[in-house]
Design a protein around this ligand. Structure first.
Ligand code: ARG
Ligand code: GLU
Length: 708
């Protein structure tokens, strides 16, 4: 019975029948995935998806600002991404009189499109397997330091062999934990303008209550445009710039997809860790996640109380609250999902099989026990690290002011007045922005609560002694940092006296002492262990690939271009409940709560719904589809990624995952891991019927592949 069970578990882990797992490198699609994709219904070839010889899908896929994905959907560089990816830009164009967040925005013509200084759009020109060049001369006998310095030298040598334009870059990244290397030649555009956004009542419908939730009804999209110089190449913002002419843009399907249909998601997933040993996942579920969840819960509870009491505070803290709540909620789902799918047991069973597959003289014999020993040694330190990074690094806002002050002081002391002034001129606008949304009363209460938790849970030995009995009230009263007025007046003084005052500030001294203590007792030793763990992880990855040569391995996400594919599919969130994979406009109306800040609906949308004025944007049932889910393996960074049908048309826009399956970052499980996409027809419906921006619809290619 036992070995029967472990065989089943092994088969699950080895994923012999494909179900959606994997984030694949476009360059390797032909050899690893094409046949399977076609068997699943795809009508394209690998060359249609990634090619350097002709325009292919990859030429429409754009890294948006380096943190999200976007895609080109017209011959004039029209760019589609998520509302939550463009949120910062939309917010920066908003004021009380002209609130783009609340009312939405639609440029009536290209002249009205809004510039966004600092925003970039990066295209991938070419992907090259450079493993041999980068690993030339590297041996297993080398120490970690020797290995890294040779790799760095090889990367520098490789780069110097390329003649790149100033808007190009060559980025070399480790794959399979440093067992392979790929290079990416990129072109970055830097005049990216806002074309249109729905109001938050659509773009953020359901807000935090519905975040990570299926069934979902959010129209999480916004439109931008890439502008280029007269030669179609990147240029700084200029009125004379022209819309970028892409090598390829995605047509948009009005036929959509149904349950069981093939889907492909193309984008820039940020980070996954699928090959961690059981010991590591155990630490995440037992130690890290509970600590981080508890800290954020405390902070969010305090902020929520103030936000509910006062509308102005609600607006000030909305975006910060959303950011903290986002991962708080994700971690809860992640831990639940690992338990429910027996993720740790599966990894343990797999490790047993791995161990017994090794020959008696295998160099990998002790790998897993070395892992366990290191994770065990790391565990108490990891607990303090998680506490410190959440409390000091994330949730007490004063700490951010302290680290800025610290940088001002060290710039002055180490590099002189000019460097101090340079940094100061950059930091002043940042500070103005910061204080606009800062409430020292709230921060003080968060400080008191979190520092108390920290001292109780990790102990006084990791806290600066002199402030053991911290009195938050007098502390916040006596520092200049927590007051915009005091801080700005301090910074208006000559450098020398400003620096002297900062160094005497009680908050500054406290933050410095805390950081130094942490670095000595936790930061340095844990870095040392992490270094050894990274190296073990590389060897483990190599061992897995050698031990199971018939298995297809995909590299962990690392913010490089990837393809994932699967099918439209529902799931069972709990026993006896089945979620179907498509939501409709009717569901928006079902969730509608007049006046509620998360679930309000505009009059215009209600009117269109009453009149059933849906245009061509319905499915076969005559209803407007809003969102759908699939088995595509995605993660953070895939926001804004196109969902593409079997023919290469856009059918949706990725923006989230279903809560029950967020553990896919460590342990994808096809039974409950689902990505959430807005249906392209809902996007078109909003642009056309709600916004009346028919000129944009005309700019796009709408197609009906199923009626050909
Ligand atoms: N959960 C999605 C992601 O991880 C969306 C986050 C933005 N939306 C929100 N309500 N906070 O990024
Ligand atoms: N919302 C995420 C993002 O901003 C995507 C959701 C996920 O983590 O899969 O990238």
């Amino acid at each position: 019975m036992k070995s029967y069970l472990s065989t089943i578990l092994l088969v699950c882990f080895l994923n012999l029948s494909f179900a959606g797992e994997g984030m694949w490198i476009p360059l390797l699609l032909k050899s690893l995935n094409e046949a399977e994709m076609q068997q699943m219904g795809m009508k394209l070839s690998a060359e249609d998806i990634y090619s350097i010889n002709k325009g292919s899908l990859k030429d429409a896929i754009v890294h948006f600002g380096g943190f999200c994905t976007s895609e080109i959907i017209s011959s004039e560089g029209l760019l589609l991404t998520n509302h939550h990816c463009g949120y910062g830009q939309i917010q920066s164009h908003s004021s009380l009189e002209n609130n783009l967040l609340k009312n939405g925005f639609w440029a009536k013509n290209k002249k009205e499109e809004l510039a966004n200084p600092g925003l970039t759009a990066t295209l991938i020109d070419q992907i090259i397997d450079v493993s041999e060049k980068i690993l030339a001369g590297v041996t297993e006998e080398m120490t970690l330091k020797e290995r890294q310095s040779l790799v760095d030298q090889n990367i520098a040598a490789l780069k110097s062999g390329y003649n790149l334009a100033d808007y190009q870059d060559l980025v070399v990244r480790p794959f399979y934990h440093g067992n392979q290397y790929f290079a990416f030649i990129t072109t970055t555009y830097r005049d990216i303008r806002l074309v249109g956004t729905p109001p938050e009542s659509i773009g953020k419908f359901g807000a935090d209550t519905d975040n990570w939730v299926w069934p979902r009804h959010t129209g999480d999209f916004a439109l931008f445009r890439i502008y280029a110089g007269p030669d179609n190449m990147p240029a700084d913002y200029s009125e004379n710039n022209i819309p970028y002419k892409p090598k390829h843009h995605l047509p948009i399907s009005l036929d959509g997809v149904e349950e069981g249909d093939f889907t492909l998601v193309f984008g820039f997933p940020g980070r996954t860790q699928e090959y961690l040993p059981a010991a590591a996942v155990e630490q995440i579920v037992e130690v890290s996640n509970p600590a981080k969840i508890a800290i954020r819960e405390t902070a969010l509870g305090i902020i929520d109380k103030y936000m509910r009491a006062d509308e102005e505070t609600r607006i000030k803290y909305a975006s910060k609250f959303a950011r903290v709540a986002n991962y708080w909620k994700k971690w809860i789902g992640e831990s639940k999902g690992i338990k429910r799918t027996k993720g740790i047991e599966k990894k343990k069973a797999f490790e047993k099989e791995f161990q017994s597959a090794l020959s008696a003289d295998s160099p990998y014999k002790n790998l897993l026990s070395e892992f366990s020993a290191l994770y065990k040694e790391q565990e108490p330190l990891a607990y303090v690290r998680d506490y410190y990074s959440e409390v000091a690094g994330r949730n007490i806002e004063l700490m951010r002011l302290i680290s800025i002050s610290n940088r001002l002081v060290s710039n002055y002391e180490n590099n002189g007045e000019e460097s101090y002034n340079n940094y100061k001129s950059r930091v002043i606008p940042w500070l103005e922005n910061f204080y606009k949304d800062y409430d020292a009363r709230i921060d003080q209460e968060v400080f008191q609560a979190l520092v108390t938790m920290y001292i109780e849970d990790v102990g006084t030995e990791y806290f600066p002694k002199q402030i053991n009995e911290i009195d938050a009230e007098s502390f916040y009263k006596n520092t200049a940092l927590s007051s915009q007025e005091k801080m700005m007046s301090l910074l208006s003084e000559p450098a020398e006296s400003a620096v002297a005052k900062l160094k005497e500030d009680p908050a500054f001294m406290f933050g410095k002492a805390w950081r130094e203590l942490y670095t000595e007792k936790v930061g340095n030793p844990i870095n040392n262990i992490s270094y050894q763990l990274d190296s073990l992880q590389r060897i483990y990855m190599k061992a897995l690939m050698e031990t199971f040569p018939d298995r297809r391995f995909y590299p962990d996400a690392n913010s490089t271009m990837r393809i994932t594919y699967g099918k439209v599919d529902g799931y069972n969130p709990v026993d006896a409940v089945r979620y179907t994979p498509i939501t409709y406009l009717d569901g928006v109306i079902e969730k509608y709560q007049p006046g509620d800040y998360e679930f309000d609906v505009s009059d215009k949308l209600l009117e269109l719904y009453e009149k059933k004025d849906y245009g061509q944007y319905t499915d076969k049932t005559g209803k407007v589809p809003v969102c759908f889910i699939g088995t595509n393996h995605t993660t953070g960074g895939n926001s804004g990624s196109p969902a593409i049908d079997a023919y290469g048309n856009l059918i949706g826009l990725n923006f989230d995952r279903a809560w029950e399956g967020t553990m896919s970052d460590y342990n994808y499980d096809a039974s409950i891991c689902r990505n959430i996409m807005v249906d392209a027809r809902y996007i078109l419906f909003v642009v056309d019927k709600l916004a009346g921006a028919t000129h944009l619809i005309e700019e796009m290619d709408l197609v009906r592949p199923k009626q050909k």
